[in-house]
Design a protein. Structure first.
Lengths: 268, 346
């Protein structure tokens, strides 16, 4: 990839950022929703950790931090949907994807750039306020060292890549299924549970816990959270996330070439 | 059937467009040779049963287009027009035959060819929906790696000729259909493509917008020698732009030649609609015009598309109490329907 195409994808990401920035009311509503979700979850967690202190190795402050971190990353990582995939699936269904295909760009990189732009906006626009709110009104365990925050941000970027790669596969299913509602809902459920959005993955015992912690979704919330909370070694976490990112992006490329070679572009 | 038409109307009757330099191969820019596209269609016939059927959207299509030609590509809905364009742009792979654009196989080297072609799908947009129009152009600048000076020059030109000055800062979702279409046409041309495919570029536009779009395309071809392939349902697009028409139906080429020839082949007719002061018996019009319909004071007169309407109008106005009149152009469907009738009769 030359400097020229690097500039292109930066422009696409910048466009993705600004597209979401134009919808201010939606952003405000999202901030409100994330805050309310956070409140419901944090009281549930506090009750739970009251009964079982040190559940999953977290103390109360860590559990509360986990909740607000989840709300800060929910929209950015599109764990509950709302990423680029809805748009791409709609474009495949209507045939508008034809426009994306005749351009001199790589389909996967294009959507990755657009989704990273979107994710960065939502991290700032929708993530910061609920997180600050939670840190002010609830006990939280935040690191003092800048280096830990930096390590956390790297894990968030890797989480964005894994999240994109998973949703890209979901979106491409529309080439065969046309109506991807079922797949989207399954991916949404899997994402909510397996990322740790409902409960941190380290509270699950035995084989179930081992399996969910090894699945790619644990890269999304659990991995960056553990880096921030000082519960995981950053380098090992990066290796885990990067491996999933590479594997899933490669799979996405395979599916993409099968889709564009063999499948009909809809409509006249 | 197809063969006989092609023989009857050899391509040498073309009056405009560059002549081949040395033989046909040297100047052919777009080349199709027996191109086919077959789709598998699965139809539900019972609870779980599905019937598989093959649809030949394009069936043994052969033609060549030279550099700098403006060709109208017409046919009824489902005739295979869009499928052809999708194969030419490389987003669909032909099931059979040989297809080359500028010597390149589009489906194999889609990205390489993409830098040399521009595409406008009238029913779709390449513009960024939520962002101001200018943002999409800046993106094209990067996407096609257009040198800065060239980009500014082309953008200024498009903005001036397509009257986009006041639209550049407007989010695309707020543009009217005609404005958006002009915006899309500009987006397809910023990188100086050698060939432009336009799929229904005037669909849904008002008369003023249509005129602007046509004028722009005519200039583009004249000044830059851009090859244009245009699908349309609007015969006026063809009349005002194209030196050559190809008619496709059921995936096959039915006609390839100048527009006048198409009118002859289909014996197409225009219609003069007159409103008289009162109900009268059918107008006795001079040959070959004839009344085809009477409804109260309104009468419909058909006359050959090649003939002038002026004489007929003057004649009718002189002898009848005329209140109002209008002339209706033949549409492509009726021209093609006529072609069929003639074939069946012959």
């Amino acid at each position: 990839m030359g400097a020229g195409s690097g500039r292109l994808y930066v422009a696409v990401a910048a466009g993705g950022f600004r597209r979401y920035a134009t919808y201010r009311a939606a952003t405000a509503a999202g901030v409100f929703t994330n805050t309310v979700f956070g409140l419901i979850l944090v009281y549930t967690y506090l009750a739970l950790w009251d009964e079982k202190p040190q559940l999953g190795g977290y103390d109360q402050a860590q559990a509360s931090t986990f909740v607000w971190l989840g709300q800060a990353l929910l929209a950015a990582l599109a764990i509950g949907g709302g990423g680029f995939e809805d748009e791409l699936m709609e474009r495949i269904r209507t045939g508008d994807v034809a426009v994306d295909l005749y351009r001199p760009v790589d389909l996967q990189l294009w959507w990755l750039a657009a989704d990273v732009g979107r994710a960065l906006f939502q991290l700032l626009g929708r993530g910061v306020v609920p997180f600050v709110f939670g840190s002010l009104f609830f006990p939280v365990a935040l690191p003092r060292e800048v280096s830990v925050w930096a390590a956390f941000l790297v894990a968030v970027v890797l989480a964005m890549l894994v999240g994109f790669a998973l949703r890209y596969l979901v979106a491409l299913s529309a080439f065969w299924l046309l109506d991807g509602t079922g797949v989207t809902q399954m991916a949404w459920l899997a994402g909510l549970f397996c990322s740790g959005m409902l409960l941190p993955l380290n509270v699950f015992p035995g084989a179930l816990g081992e399996v969910v912690r090894a699945l790619p979704w644990s890269s999304l919330l659990q991995a960056p959270a553990d880096v921030l909370l000082g519960e995981a070694d950053p380098l090992r976490t990066y290796l885990f996330q990067a491996s999933w990112a590479v594997a899933l992006l490669a799979l996405g490329r395979l599916v993409q070439s099968a889709a564009t070679r063999r499948v009909v572009v809809q409509g006249g | 059937m197809t063969e006989s038409t092609r023989k009857q109307r050899p391509r040498t009757t073309r009056t405009t467009g560059p002549e081949p330099v040395t033989g046909a191969g040297a100047a052919a820019f777009i080349e199709l040779e027996g191109v086919e596209k077959v789709f598998d269609v699965r139809k539900k016939t019972g609870f779980l049963k599905r019937e598989r059927r093959q649809v030949r959207a394009v069936d043994g299509l052969s033609f060549t287009v030279s550099r700098g030609e403006v060709v109208g590509y017409i046919g009824p809905n489902g005739a295979g027009k869009s499928t052809t364009i999708k194969m030419l742009t490389g987003i669909l792979t032909p099931s059979g035959g040989r297809l080359r654009v500028a010597g390149i196989d589009p489906s194999r080297e889609r990205t390489r060819l993409a830098h040399r072609m521009g595409v406008v799908f009238g029913q779709r947009t390449t513009l960024w929906w939520d962002l101001p129009l200018i943002d999409s152009y800046r993106l094209m600048h990067r996407m096609y790696r257009i040198p800065d000076a060239r980009y500014r020059e082309n953008l200024d030109r498009c903005v001036e000729l397509l009257q986009l000055q006041d639209l550049l800062d407007v989010p695309v979702r707020q543009l009217s259909l005609g404005q958006r279409m002009r915006g899309d046409i500009a987006a397809a041309l910023l990188h100086d493509p050698e060939v432009v495919y336009l799929d229904e570029p005037t669909i849904g536009l008002d008369v003023v917008s249509k005129t602007k779009v046509r004028g722009f395309l005519r200039d583009l071809n004249a000044e830059r020698g851009t090859t244009v392939l245009l699908t349309t349902h609007d015969l006026q697009d063809i009349e005002q732009l194209c030196s050559r028409v190809m008619v496709i139906d059921h995936g096959r080429l039915m006609y390839d030649g100048p527009l006048e020839g198409l009118h002859e082949a289909g014996e197409s007719e225009r219609t003069l609609v007159v409103d008289l002061e009162r109900e009268l018996p059918p107008i006795e019009a001079p040959e070959p015009a004839r009344v085809v319909r009477v409804e109260g004071p309104r009468q419909w007169l058909a006359f050959p598309a090649s003939a002038s309407a002026a004489g007929l109008v003057a004649d009718v106005a002189a002898r009848y109490p005329l209140v109002d009149l209008s002339v209706r152009e033949p549409d492509i469907e009726s021209v093609i329907a006529k072609m069929y009738e003639e074939r069946a009769g012959a």
